[in-house]
Ligand binder design. Structure first.
Ligand code: HH2
Length: 278
């Protein structure tokens, strides 16, 4: 994939091979169940399958690279063999070792929620393998990130952080056209911060880097809709997806592929229709 050439919004379907992810933890630990879910998401319109073996929910514990690889590598190989080549696989990890092995096994995109801060080898890997890389904003660490996050200008601070990390990646040799940025909804942000960022996605789009948005089933929407169960937040997620399409977001990381595919397709058709009859 060439991120700079994405000409319509893409869906990244989430496949967590974890016992403890906030929404789908434990459901796809068995390889057959994980592969079946990847197939289902592809059938429902996913363009990318994002596989991860380490939950980053608030308070989660780290998973050693060897254990991440043990869970992920056979799965990536079987997904790569099962799905058509135009469906790409991204690897959700902050470990360059895991990411490198995942690229060998058939992944083609790196999704690093630490934006290259956890592992000094990540940018070199992206450079050497010419792999697109997602750089996400996070304040603090998953274990403690929701302990009273404070910003004076959340939109400006997130944008400046992402531009600084993109500059660091480019200084390490990663091509500008391979860098995707992500505001990191829910990562060291309270409800007000998340809403402010969602209302200002155009500010991130204006950086010129393709923007990825990950709101799927996240807790701040549950508090707005008074919904306790994460899995009941597909409608709320679709609202953010439609707004994201209008703001120019290029990739949506979601659990509910079918519903978000519809939201994208309709929002995109409306966006494309602007001024057509004039
Ligand atoms: N959110 C999660 C995980 N990875 N990657 C990107 N780029 N952006 C995100 O917003 C993002 C992400 C958290 O969601 P999930 O994978 O559903 O849960 P968990 O971290 O508990 O596995």
């Amino acid at each position: 994939m060439n991120p700079a050439a994405i000409d319509r919004p893409l869906i990244m379907g989430i496949l967590n091979v974890t016992p403890d992810s906030f929404s789908d933890g434990g459901r796809y630990l068995e390889p057959e169940a994980a592969l079946a879910h990847a197939r289902r998401m592809a059938g429902e319109g996913a363009d990318i399958i994002d596989v991860g073996a380490e939950s980053t929910r608030p308070g989660s514990v780290r998973v050693p690279p060897a254990e991440q690889s043990r869970r992920l590598l056979p799965l990536i190989e079987s997904i790569r063999a099962a799905l058509p080549p135009q469906i790409e696989i991204s690897i959700d990890t902050t470990s360059a070792e895991v990411a490198g092995q995942a690229l060998d096994a058939g992944a083609s995109i790196i999704n690093d929620v630490s934006a290259g801060q956890d592992d000094p080898g990540m940018f070199g890997l992206a450079r050497d393998r010419r792999a697109p890389i997602v750089l996400m904003h996070m304040r603090g660490e998953p274990a403690t990130m929701q302990d009273n996050p404070v910003y004076s200008d959340v939109v400006g601070e997130v944008r400046d952080f992402l531009l600084a990390r993109a500059a660091a990646a480019m200084a390490a040799g990663v091509g500008r056209d391979r860098i995707i940025i992500d505001p990191g909804i829910g990562f060291g942000k309270d409800r007000t911060h998340n809403l402010e960022l969602l209302a200002a996605l155009d500010v991130l789009v204006a950086t010129g880097h393709p923007v990825l948005l990950g709101t799927s089933r996240k807790r701040f929407m549950g508090s707005i809709c008074r919904v306790e169960q994460h899995a009941d937040l597909a409608g709320a997620t679709c609202a953010t997806t439609a707004l994201g399409v209008f703001a120019g977001v290029k990739i949506f990381r979601v659990h509910d592929v079918r519903a978000n595919r519809q939201a994208i397709d309709v929002a995109w058709a409306i966006r494309e229709s602007r001024g057509q009859s004039r």
